[in-house]
Design a binder for this molecule. Structure first.
Ligand SMILES: C[S@@+](CC[C@H](N)C(=O)[O-])C[C@H]1O[C@@H](n2cnc3c(N)ncnc32)[C@H](O)[C@@H]1O
Length: 447
């Protein structure tokens, strides 16, 4: 199924509409279908203009009509069982208008909707009462919020900096009745971010997690956010159904097999055993170190071809394995060469003066030292033997491993420091097992 539609456009403050076919998919995942929905309380506690609530109302009317409910009964049920919260006045108003348009089609008018224009963080009216909690909670870093105090009362924020969607888990779980289910779509950083660590622990300890549908590289919000659909239920689970949306593969995984060292790792049970062995092994010493290559923050000044030879070294672009020249204003110990020293070479002086403005406009660690790379990473290892490797790997064929001898730098990717030979490291990395391992870490980047 293709989920991107024209409604999935970004709104201000990182808010995104949920495309209507995705809404249907989430409601189906929560089993909000058929007669199961009648006289059941449901809420979207961050309802925006009503993407979820509109489909909920459509479903409720359809099933009620199939069950020959009167218009009066349907009106009563819509007012009694369907709930929403939205903080923005204009979104709230749009939501009411959208819902009215739907009910008017069935000749049901003047509904007193139970949609509140308020802050879900301070609203406790629904606690313990909901059969279904659904939605696409706001994804905003809480330090961007104007009023931080209401966030601090939540247990899941105790470990500091967090994302608002984590708080919405606590809010949603509090709203669940004894047999309630919650189904959210949210960033897949839930699997491994530090901010969500306490959330993961609490989902496992309380045996709430029931199903995860990992949307992998599918970008449903036209934004570089990797998303997953997460289903919770109060029925005391000890294993989950994990679906990889890309491959359509479904695995049943025991909590103890995928919740490892405080993170969620998803793969097939056989791979998870390997991951467990990797995570909990006690190596006598590290045989490889993987580090980030140069970050000049102005590659088209520092990397290319130059009409001077002084202070230049070869560099390898780790993402492609291609070699270029690098203007490298550092000595062999990684100390930067003072500006006054460098500009004794007339061509270097001209080069700096032609480009001073854009070098100064970088986001620098120290604004006064603008003539060097933007970050110091990689510099201390320039004169060591190493291998450049790309950072984004999905398939074996993507792996670009390139020898990067002493005196050659690497940028735009990673490099590996090891005593192993090129062939030894190549044999380890160029195999499906390594790619499976990377995939199970679930750390995605666009592209
Ligand atoms: C990601 S959007 C989702 C909207 C809608 N549920 C959808 O799926 O299209 C999140 C919504 O949460 C609202 N919101 C943000 N903070 C809120 C809060 N503290 N209480 C209630 N709603 C909030 C935003 O205004 C936004 O409309």
């Amino acid at each position: 199924m293709q989920f991107i539609d024209k409604r999935s456009t970004q709104k201000n403050n990182g808010r995104y509409y949920t495309p209507s076919n995705m809404v249907c998919f989430i409601l189906d995942t929560a089993n909000y279908c058929g007669d199961n929905i009648l006289q059941k309380h449901i809420i979207d506690n961050s309802c925006g203009d009503g993407a979820f609530l509109c489909e909920i109302v459509r479903r409720y009317i359809e099933v009620s009509l199939q069950n020959k409910y009167s218009t009066e009964q349907i009106k009563h049920d819509l007012e009694c069982y369907i709930h929403g919260i939205e903080i923005e006045k204009s979104e709230y108003q749009k939501c009411i208008d959208n819902l009215n348009k739907i009910t008017e089609l069935s000749g049901i008018c003047n509904i007193q909707w139970d949609i509140k224009n308020t802050d879900a963080l301070t609203c406790q009216d629904y606690n313990g009462k909901m059969d279904f909690v659904v939605g696409n909670p706001p994804y905003v870093r809480v330090h961007n919020l104007l009023d931080y105090s209401s966030v601090k009362q939540f247990y899941l924020t105790q470990q500091g900096m967090t994302d608002l969607y984590i708080v919405f888990y606590e809010i949603g779980i509090n709203m669940l009745g004894k047999t309630g289910v919650l189904c959210y779509i949210n960033p897949s950083s839930l699997f491994n971010s530090l901010a969500a660590k306490l959330l993961r622990k609490s989902l496992i300890q309380n045996q709430l997690l029931k199903k995860v549908i990992d949307l992998k590289h599918m970008q449903i919000f036209n934004a570089t956010t990797y998303t997953a659909i997460v289903l919770l239920s109060q029925e005391k689970n000890n294993c989950i159904e994990y679906e990889n949306y890309e491959t359509q593969k479904i695995e049943t995984l025991k909590y103890k097999d995928f919740y490892l060292d405080g993170n969620f790792y998803f793969s097939n049970p056989k791979n998870l055993i390997k991951i467990k062995n990797i995570l909990f092994r006690q190596p006598e010493k590290n045989i490889v170190d993987v580090k980030n290559g140069f970050a000049t923050l102005c590659d088209n000044f520092f990397i290319g071809q130059f009409d001077f030879d002084e202070y230049t070294i070869p560099v390898i672009k780790s993402s492609t394995g291609v070699t270029a020249q690098c203007f490298y204003p550092y000595d062999k110990n990684g100390k930067y060469i003072p500006f006054d020293e460098l500009i004794k070479v007339p061509k270097i002086k001209d080069y700096y003066f032609q480009n001073a403005e854009r070098l100064k406009s970088r986001s620098l660690e120290n604004k006064n030292i603008w003539h060097i790379f933007g970050r110091s990473q990689g510099i201390l290892d320039t004169w060591k033997n190493k291998y450049a490797i790309n950072a984004l790997i999905r398939h074996i064929d993507d792996i670009k491993l390139t020898p990067c001898p002493a005196g050659v730098g690497s940028y735009s990717g990673l490099y590996i420091l090891t005593e192993l030979s090129f062939n030894e490291i190549k044999d380890i990395l160029l195999q499906q097992e390594f790619v499976d391992y990377i995939q199970s870490l679930g750390k995605y980047k666009q592209g």
